[in-house]
Design a protein around this ligand. Structure first.
Ligand code: GLV
Ligand code: MN
Ligand code: MN
Length: 550
């Protein structure tokens, strides 16, 4: 992966080609709807108003998921929505949903937004920015009478994305996607108080959680606007990041049990100091992402030492570790390595270490077609942009199990986030909201080439098979995403899908060779296969380009 934490990022000119460096054609999507601007003053006032909710006396904002403060943030936005002539409600999981007065409940939804909670002493933009911008974008779409055709726009403020109070991140988006742990009674805060109690006091309805699930097919697309939370855009002087993938993350809960004893009378060799062992483990966690390069980041952010007094050898340490990467296989390697590291530390120092995985989210790719529409929206607004991965987790990666997702980043000052000093220039905040509104206008109003979309499923399938002269798994990939695809992205996707299919063909051929005792291990494409592949792709793309008028 390119380094989301600050390494040099490669500049791409076309988000749909973000993983084909060297191909530098620019996006040429037909963009009929043109740029749409939000009301900058109204939007910034809403965002600053949200920042007043959950102010922490020690600095920053502490508006924890499933807390009363998160509930107040929802109410604040509900008031604004009502003033804007919109309607709103809160689902049983605590998610805020904002719709048009005359919303059509039967249409598939284009959903957009982010989360309303923060970490402890967090910043004013992480999450809140995307929700305030979603409300503003919906307001502007309605005010300007933008064409809304085929899809229903719905803005969302998800509950408890961070998992800072009840340690279960992506609570609201998981509830919506149907992936909230059915056994959520076991999900507790650090004092053992269950999630449902917090949800109840925050105005949610634990017994009706199942009703928060949206059926398959209901969400046609999800868009999330967010601050980058890293330094890449600022360093490159770019306005917008078109997110191409989001890291996955495994969170571990760990308990190190040693022996609580007197710090003055216990000889050094007789000790089983839980904190010393925990410290060794902390250093090993870091090494997963540094010396071992097993995953892109590895962090211990929470440590609880007991009894935590100056003259007592610590008997118990609780800690949380997390590892992240855009590659699921690398996360698995990191998980296995950390398991053996914990065993090793326990054996060497005579303590007990209980290491458990408490949460997993998988890395996801954003939708190739939505990337193209976002990039075209940015270009139409005269903004510079680049495709980039996200090192932070986002609700979008949960919704990705249900719908194509797109994400828009704006720069973070100094790359700082999860901190009271998190900030972004007002101009950049407005620019991001403009991109969101413009992207929505294009998706809702038929901006991108929609001829492909307009064809009935069978006809579209037949046409693709006819164009390429062959059937294959790529057809379903193309068909599932077709509502948003520009001519260019259909062509690109078909090209890469055919390439992927051919690649797996090469691998199966190599595996078959291995099974037959042929020990050549190279997976490089055989030349005749490569020739066939190139020819197939070239012919396919020429025919598609002709057909779509790209
Ligand atoms: C979410 O904020 C994360 O930790 O990535
Ligand atoms: Mn966050
Ligand atoms: Mn966030």
């Amino acid at each position: 992966m390119s380094d989301p934490s600050g390494g040099p990022a490669t500049r791409h000119t076309d988000p749909v080609l973000a993983h084909a460096p060297g191909d530098t054609r620019t996006a040429t999507a037909a963009f009929a709807t043109g740029p749409l601007h939000v009301d900058a003053d109204r939007f910034l006032a809403a965002l600053r108003g949200l920042a007043q909710i959950g102010g922490d006396p020690q600095g920053g904002i502490t508006r924890l998921g499933l807390s009363a403060e998160e509930g107040r943030a929802r109410e604040f936005l509900q008031d604004l929505a009502e003033k804007a002539g919109l309607t709103s409600d809160i689902d049983p999981a605590g998610n805020l949903l904002i719709r048009r007065q005359d919303a059509d409940p039967h249409r598939p939804v284009v959903l957009f937004g982010s989360h309303l909670d923060t970490v402890r002493q967090g910043g004013w933009l992480d999450g809140a920015y995307g929700v305030a911008a979603a409300l503003e974008a919906l307001t502007v779409l309605v005010e300007t009478g933008a064409t809304i055709d085929g899809f229903e726009p719905v803005a969302v403020g998800f509950a408890n994305e961070e998992g800072a109070l009840v340690q279960y991140p992506f609570w609201g988006s998981r509830a919506m996607a149907g992936s909230l742990d059915a056994d959520s009674e076991k999900i507790v805060d650090r004092e053992g108080r269950p999630a449902w109690e917090h949800l109840l006091s925050a105005g949610g309805e634990p017994e009706r959680l199942a009703e928060a699930v949206w059926p398959a097919g209901r969400i046609a697309a999800f868009l999330e606007l967010h601050i980058e939370q890293g330094p890449v855009l600022e360093r490159l002087g770019l306005d917008i990041g078109v997110v191409d993938g989001i890291v996955g993350r495994t969170i571990f809960t760990c308990e190190v049990r040693g022996e609580q004893q007197h710090a003055g009378t216990t000889p050094m060799r007789d000790r089983r100091d839980a904190l010393v062992s925990a410290a060794q483990l902390v250093a090993r966690v870091e090494s997963l992402a540094t010396t071992l390069d097993a995953c892109s980041t590895a962090t211990v952010g929470y440590l609880d030492v007991s009894p935590n007094t100056v003259n007592t050898i610590p008997g118990l340490v609780r800690l949380n570790a997390e590892i992240r990467d855009t590659d699921a296989a690398r996360i698995q390697v990191g998980e296995r390595l950390l398991g053996s590291m914990a065993e090793h530390v326990a054996q060497a120092s005579g303590v007990e270490i209980d290491l458990r995985v408490s949460d997993r989210s998988t890395p996801v790719r954003t939708d190739i077609g939505l990337r193209s529409v976002i990039a075209s929206a940015a270009s139409s607004l005269g903004l510079s942009w680049q495709a980039m991965p996200s090192g932070a987790g986002h609700d979008a990666q949960i919704i990705a199990a249900r719908a194509p997702i797109g994400m828009i980043f704006v720069p973070s000052k100094g790359g700082v986030s999860h901190s009271p000093v998190e900030d972004t220039e007002a101009r950049a905040l407005v620019a991001g909201a403009d991109v969101l509104a413009t992207t929505l206008a294009a998706l809702l109003g038929g901006g991108p080439v929609r001829r492909f979309n307009a064809l009935p499923g069978d006809e579209a399938r037949g046409l693709l098979i006819d164009c390429l002269g062959c059937d294959g798994p790529w057809i379903d990939v193309v068909l599932a995403r077709r509502p948003y695809w520009t001519a260019r992205s259909v062509v690109t996707a078909v090209r890469s899908a055919v390439a992927a299919a051919e690649h797996s063909l090469v691998i199966s051929a190599a595996n078959a060779r291995a099974r037959a005792g042929d020990t050549r291990t190279s997976l490089s494409p055989e030349s005749d296969l490569e020739e066939t592949r190139k020819e197939l792709v070239t012919i396919a793309c020429r025919r598609l380009e002709g057909w779509l008028g790209a």
